[in-house]
Design a protein around this ligand. Structure first.
Ligand code: ADP
Length: 392
């Protein structure tokens, strides 16, 4: 055997235990002394059966296993080690005098990670042992990290589930509350209007003013409840996605806004728009809100609005561009939050729900919405829609 004696290297913090299995006691003695001289702890076994027993007991870091042994041979010993829960992860390196490729393959098939050929070369044996010890350590570390990641993902999924459930509950609450408030509010508004019609100018000036405030308040409350209902309906009254012709959807939105368009003299232009997989009702609402804002937040110029769509990475990117008052960059995110408005009611009417609703619709469709704007010259509201099987 070409094993060379070398002085022991600086002992590692914990010596690695190597189980050496060979039926020839002289071989065992040489290999174990060599390894011990180099800082390993050597444990020996003289047969396959003994090797299995010792491996169960000692749990070595690696096993050097002779192939040709009386009784159960090295291949069978390896198979049995791999079949046991306690020893299956221990790397096995065969020591073999066999040079046939088929024998080496049989070793790998039995579950070995490597082999060294006899006569053994001490440096090579150590190099292979070290390689497999560090591979094993790396694998264990990876498994540990994987397990940790799996745990984190499971915990996150649990939190997400709880959040989702409470979101649904909140949505349902908002829906029921706003739905049930509609009826009494309708009564207040219509009777107030009746009082206004019947008693206008018949009481004193204060009374006229008070009735005016009350009617105005009731109307605003109605607008708020309608918008809140629409907002909660994005989740509770969602319809499945179906092929939706965006050009037709935009036409509907334009006709819904006929009065505002005529009053403001707005010019609305539309590029070619695709057919996409969407909830058509929600898409109509999305375009209606963006168009209504483009008209409402106009500057002194007559509003010019352009709607376009272009292919984006994995779907479509839509743009609604206006020449209105624009938005300062510090408000680009804030305007999509529920009830966030940049103007007083006196300047521009509104509830601050429109863009939050747009965001919710876009996100339900798997997209993202944002604004690009230059103050006093105009804004572009863009949103993406991931591809879901419709291309025209
Ligand atoms: P609302 O229109 O009821 O105020 P939105 O959620 O639709 O609520 O919009 C939030 C705010 O974003 C508006 O109050 C306005 O300040 C700003 N905004 C929205 N659209 C535009 C636009 N096209 N141009 C300029 N500002 C806009």
């Amino acid at each position: 055997m070409g094993l060379q004696m070398r002085p022991p290297e600086a002992a590692e913090s914990i010596a690695k235990t190597i189980l050496i299995v060979d039926d020839v006691p002289a071989n065992l003695a040489v290999v174990s002394r060599h390894l011990e001289d180099h800082g390993y702890r050597a444990v020996v076994a003289q047969s396959g059966a003994e090797a299995i027993e010792r491996a169960e007991l000692v749990r070595p870091n690696l096993i050097l296993l002779d192939v040709l042994m009386p009784g159960i041979d090295g291949f069978e010993t390896c198979r049995r080690l791999k079949a046991s829960e306690n020893t299956r992860d221990i790397p096995v390196v065969f020591m073999t005098a066999l040079t046939e490729a088929a024998d080496k393959l049989a070793g790998f098939e039995a579950g070995a990670v490597d082999y060294v050929t006899k006569p053994l070369d001490g440096a090579e044996v150590r190099a292979r042992i070290d390689t497999h010890l560090s591979l094993y350590a790396l694998r264990r570390e990876l498994e540990r990290q994987n397990a940790q990641l799996r745990e984190e993902i499971a915990a996150r999924e649990q939190v997400q589930e709880v959040l989702q459930r409470s979101n649904i509950e909140l949505e349902q609450l908002a829906y029921v509350a706003s739905h049930d408030m509609q009826e009494p509010l309708r009564m207040i508004a219509s009777y107030l209007q009746l009082v206004a019609q019947r008693y206008q100018g018949k009481l004193d000036a204060d009374a006229d003013e008070f009735i005016g405030f009350a009617v105005d308040g009731a109307k605003r409350m109605q607008a708020l409840i309608n918008d809140l209902l629409a907002y909660s309906r994005v989740g509770t009254k969602a319809r499945p996605f179906a092929p939706t012709d965006c050009a037709a959807v935009v036409d509907t939105a334009i006709s819904d806004l006929r009065v505002a368009i005529e009053e403001s003299g707005a010019e609305i232009k539309c590029g070619p728009l695709p057919v996409v997989m969407a909830d058509a009702m929600q898409f109509a609402q999305l375009f209606r809100n963006l168009l209504a804002n483009a008209i409402k937040f106009r500057s002194t110029r007559p509003p010019q609005v352009r709607i376009e769509a272009e292919r984006a990475d994995a779907g479509w990117c839509f743009a609604v561009r206006d020449n209105g008052i624009g938005i300062a960059p510090e408000y680009f995110d804030r305007i999509f939050v529920l009830f966030q408005r940049l103007h007083s009611r006196r300047e521009y009417a509104g509830t601050g729900i429109g863009l939050a609703l747009c965001k919710k619709i876009v996100e339900r469709h798997g997209g993202r919405i944002w604004v690009e704007s230059v103050q006093d010259s105009g804004s572009v509201f863009r949103f993406t829609l991931p591809y879901r099987g419709h291309t025209s």
